[in-house]
Design a protein around this ligand. Structure first.
Ligand code: FAD
Length: 245
């Protein structure tokens, strides 16, 4: 367990032992020669408080933390890694890690070490590619992605409701464009473009998503429609002047 904000929120009858990852005292955030390294145990409060890192994408840290509408108690214990590994569709740390091309350092239960693209971690609601006993150690965010300009949009049925769609975009210095869809789908989707897509091009890419998530936080049809709208808003926000049609 990490922050325990989900772990202690419901009975865990199958659990026979606990390892407290926060006791390993990993530094929450480290500047590396390749960019930034977030420890899996970095709390949302620590992430949201980051400022003057010098990276253009820094505002996205706060936007993604705010997408999780927990109380200050949750914010102060919930961790980036716990949010990723819980793999809820509305997990905003997945959107952050994927939009910034995060690479996940995983300590395998057999003692080996692995690096996995963040987009490959979550395979369904509550399901990850981790095997029993694997530990997520850190999320490495590369300089190229951190130098990009980012934007995010969230939709939910109620003002303080869980995200029904959470969409993040990034435009790189060289004009490449990335869009990530979470919360509206059972697992995250990432789309890359060599240049800013047209409205129709972006829509065509998003229309390849085969199924939209269905739960009390929103119907599939509405999630599809709102995701297309939010993604278009992001495209326009990140576009150079004038916005391509
Ligand atoms: C009021 C409230 C609102 C919430 N809103 C949201 C929301 O909007 N979106 C959302 O996604 N969640 C939400 N949650 C659920 C949860 O609090 C968060 O997902 C939180 O980020 C989980 O982090 P944690 O560190 O507390 O994880 P924990 O509860 O400690 O662990 C969660 C799971 O991940 C595993 N785990 C944790 N860290 C690691 C690691 N480093 N390696 C491998 N496995 C690990 C644990 O074994 C456990 O199965 C909410 C919870 C509350 C109480």
């Amino acid at each position: 367990m990490a922050g325990g904000s989900w772990f202690f929120s419901e009975p865990q009858p199958a659990v026979t032992g606990l390892v407290d990852l926060t006791a390993l005292a990993w530094p929450a955030v480290e500047a590396t020669h390749r960019g930034l390294r977030l420890a899996a145990t970095c709390t949302l409060a620590e992430l949201a408080a980051l400022d003057r890192t010098g990276w253009a994408a820094e505002p996205l840290f706060r936007e993604c933390c705010r997408a999780l509408l927990g109380s200050f108690k949750v914010w102060n214990v919930a961790t980036v890694g716990g949010n990723l590994c819980l793999a809820l569709p509305a997990g905003p740390m997945a959107a952050l890690a994927i939009a910034l091309d995060g690479s996940l350092e995983i300590w395998r239960a057999d003692g080996t070490l692995d690096n996995v693209d963040a987009v490959d971690l979550i395979v369904g609601p509550g399901e990850t590619a981790l095997a029993r006993g694997d530990v997520l150690r850190a999320i490495d965010l590369p300089a190229r992605a951190l130098s990009g300009t980012t934007a995010s949009r969230k939709a939910s049925l109620r003002p303080l409701g869980r995200s029904a769609a959470f969409v993040v975009g990034r435009r790189d210095i060289d004009g490449r464009f990335t869009i990530v869809v979470t919360a509206a789908t059972a697992h995250p989707y990432r789309f890359r473009f060599d240049v800013l897509p047209t409205r129709a091009g972006l829509r065509a890419a998003l229309e390849t998503i085969p199924a939209w998530h269905d739960d009390p936080h929103g119907s599939p049809d509405w999630r599809r429609a709102i995701t297309l709208r939010l993604a278009e808003e992001i495209r326009v926000e990140l576009a150079p002047d004038p916005v391509p049609a």
